[in-house]
Each structure stands twice: as C-alpha cells, then as structure tokens.
Design a protein around this ligand. Structure first.
Ligand code: NAD
Ligand code: TYD
Length: 354
C-alpha cells in the first residue's frame, strides 16, 4: 500500500503518469494536486476521475500550509513532482512566475516532505521530474548529455528547473531526504497544450493557419513519446536508486524543419490533402531569444541499470499523435477557446476534493 502525491497531474505528462498509476496500481492511493493553470485540464483525466483509488485536490504547490495538510490527510509516502510552468516562450515573457512555481513550489513540497518524513525516511521517496534543458545547448558535433554533464541553463525556464534540481539535491545531501531526479528530453503525444511545437503545428495545419518556424528551423530536439516517459517514471519510482539522477530519452534527434515536414505529410495524409500540400503554410519568423541550438540525451544508464527503453518507434508515435489530435478535435477546440476551464466547476462544483 502506498499513498502517492502526484503534482501537476492535470497537465500533459502528469495526466499520462496519473492514468498509468491509477490503472496499474489499484492498491495505491493516488492524490493529484494541481492548480489548474492554463496548462491544467481535467478533461485529460475524464476516464479515471471516478476511480476509487484517485483523489483530486485543486491547490497551488507554493501554498505550504495546504501542501502540509494534504501530506497529513492522505499520509503521503511518495511524491512524483511534475507541476511546473513548462513553456520556454512564456518564461521569456514572464520569468517571475517560473521562479515562483518551479523553484519556490518545489521548495514548499521538499519542506513538507522533510517535515512529515524526518522521523522515518524508510520506504519514502521524493521524485523530481526534470528536463534535459538544464544541461544547456549542444553544438552539432558535440556528444550527448550524460548524467555527468555540467548544468548550464540558458532560458528562464531551464534556469528555474536547474534551480529546483539543486534544491532537491540539497535536501538529499543536507537532510538525507530520499530523492531521485530524472532529466528527460522533449515529449510529444496526446493531451499536450497546443502552444508547444507538435500540437501547435497539427492544429494550425488542420485550420490552414501559418506555421511559425523560428529562425531557419535548424535547431535540433530529441523527441520521446509521453507514455514512454510515464513508463520510465514508473520503473524509476519503483526500482531507481535513491540519490541518483537518470537521463530519459529515446536517441531520437530531429532538426525542427525535418520534423515539421513529417508532421505536415502525416496530417495531410489523414485529412485527404495532397502529400506536402500544407508546406505552403511554413512561415519563417524571428528566432526565439537565446534559442538553444541542440538537445540530445544519452539514456544508456537507465537502459543498462533498469532495463527501460522506448516502446514506440518515432514514425509510429507521430502517426498515433496526429491521429489522436484529429480524432479529438473537440479537445483541441475546447483548449484553444478556453472552454476546458469550465470543466472543473461543472464536475467538482465548488468543492476542492471529490
Ligand atoms: P504542462 O505545462 O503540460 O503541465 C503542468 C501542470 O502543472 C499543469 O496541470 C498546471 O496546472 C500545473 N501547475 C502549474 N503551476 C502549478 C502550481 N503552482 N501548483 C500546482 N500545479 C501547478 O507541463 P508538462 O509538459 O506536462 O511537464 C510536466 C513536467 O515535466 C514539468 O516539470 C516539466 O518541466 C517536465 N518536463 C517536460 C518535458 C516536455 O517536453 N513537456 C520534458 C522534460 C521534462
Ligand atoms: P517547444 O515545443 O516550445 O519545446 P522546447 O523549446 O522546450 O524545446 O519547441 C520545440 C522546438 O521548436 C524549439 O527549437 C523551438 C521550435 N518552435 C518553432 O520553431 N516554432 C514554434 O511555434 C514553437 C512553439 C517552437
């Protein structure tokens, strides 16, 4: 029996993690704490919201009193911390919100865990889900990020995530808090907010809107299907070594412009358009400030020590993803119109817990 607090469970990756844990571990109690910012959407969890082992709490992780109350009420013994502000472009416009949620919010959770668990750290775990962006940017000829790569964040987003990783390590090293950190590459798949490259472009192609390619489209990202990330989190939560860091990624680097052409081809096929017809929507725009050239992650440690590897080839993952967005156009329309934000009140009323 475990009582697990998942933060940010109404977001993109969090909803995959919540669904996997609720379905796979009926003996666990899963408590999802989420502030429901613009990125939080309870429609992502419709299929499991009535599960007997699932509870939702609408709260801000920065609210220390509430976080402690949740730890006490649900006798939490494991934390999967995903809640964060996650979009680089937003961090460039509003770095304060990123420092608040990503740094102070993480600190609030760490402090609550330490206070509650300090008498007995046995069978407890604080697992922080982080990003490969903390390592900075690679040149084209450089070798991949490993767990030993020095932190060198450039964007306010990655600076805030690096800072939160340092706080997690500080709580482990100073107070003995049992903690694990993972740094994952770019995720894609169903339920991603359409401000990020892949869902934004699928949505724009379907609506015949311009596809804004930053700079020359030559930046490289390393893409992993979100459910494969969730599977890695499951394995690491149960078998990972306390105090360790694991990189997660599928050795799947793509230059943006090449990836965009694959997306266009796949969407055109599903919509019955001529192959490549929507390439006319490509619009080169001013580059993102401080745009990291290349991310690429070496996840050999995770494969060698814990046996995880991605279940999906990229071509299959992209097909599934495009198909999901085109079959769930209502989800996309609700998200882009803001209608999804009414779901909480309709379903949960004014109560914070069901
Ligand atoms: P997301 O933006 O889709 O979801 C974030 C969730 O956190 C939302 O549900 C939001 O409501 C919630 N949240 C935000 N601020 C909160 C607060 N103050 N209190 C409580 N809840 C709050 O993000 P995502 O893409 O699912 O990323 C989840 C985690 O994984 C983040 O920590 C991110 O840094 C990390 N990560 C993401 C990627 C990626 O490609 N998306 C890759 C590696 C790591
Ligand atoms: P994004 O999905 O925002 O993820 P991240 O910045 O965390 O890697 O962007 C992925 C890549 O796509 C990145 O190199 C920026 C680029 N990009 C565009 O060219 N146009 C866009 O409209 C967006 C959102 C991203």
């Amino acid at each position: 029996m475990k009582n697990i607090l998942i933060t940010g469970g109404a977001g993109f990756i969090g909803s995959h993690v919540v669904r996997l844990f609720v379905n796979k571990y009926p003996e666990y109690k899963i408590v999802n704490i989420d502030k429901l910012t613009y990125a939080g959407n309870l429609e992502n969890l419709k299929d499991i919201e009535n599960a007997p082992n699932y509870t939702f709490v609408k709260a801000d992780i920065c609210d220390f009193e509430t976080v402690v109350a949740v730890f006490v009420k649900h006798n939490i013994d494991g934390v999967l911390h995903l809640a964060a502000e996650s979009h680089v472009d937003r961090s460039i416009k509003d770095p304060f919100t990123f420092a608040k949620t990503n740094v102070l919010g993480t600190l609030s959770l760490l402090q609550a865990a330490k206070e509650r668990w300090k008498e007995n750290y046995n069978e407890k775990l604080f697992y922080h889900i982080s990003t490969d962006e903390v390592y900075g940017a690679l040149q084209f000829d450089e070798t991949l990020f490993t767990e030993e790569t020095k932190y060198n964040p450039h964007s306010p987003y990655s600076a805030s995530k690096a800072s939160s990783d340092h706080f997690v390590r500080a709580f482990h090293d100073t107070y003995g808090l049992p903690a694990i950190i993972t740094n994952c590459s770019n995720n894609y798949g169903p339920y991603q907010f359409p401000e990020k490259l892949i869902p934004l472009f699928i949505n724009n192609i379907r609506n015949n809107k311009p596809l804004p390619v930053y700079g020359k489209g030559e930046n490289v990202r390393d893409w992993l299907y979100a459910l494969d990330h969730a599977r890695a989190i499951d394995i690491i939560f149960h078998k990972g070594k306390v105090g360790e860091t694991y990189n997660i990624g599928g050795f799947n680097e793509w230059k943006n412009i090449d990836l965009i052409k694959v997306i266009i081809k796949t969407v055109d096929k599903f919509l019955g358009r001529n192959e490549g017809e929507s390439e006319k929507l490509i619009t080169y725009v001013t580059d993102r400030a401080g745009h990291d050239l290349r991310y690429a992650i070496d996840s050999s440690k995770l494969k060698n020590e814990l046996g995880w590897q991605p279940s999906l080839q990229f071509e299959e993952g992209i097909e599934k993803t495009v198909k999901w967005y085109l079959e769930n156009q209502q989800w996309l329309d609700n998200v882009t119109s803001g209608a999804y934000q009414e779901y909480y009140e309709e379903y949960y009323g004014q109560k914070d817990e069901k």
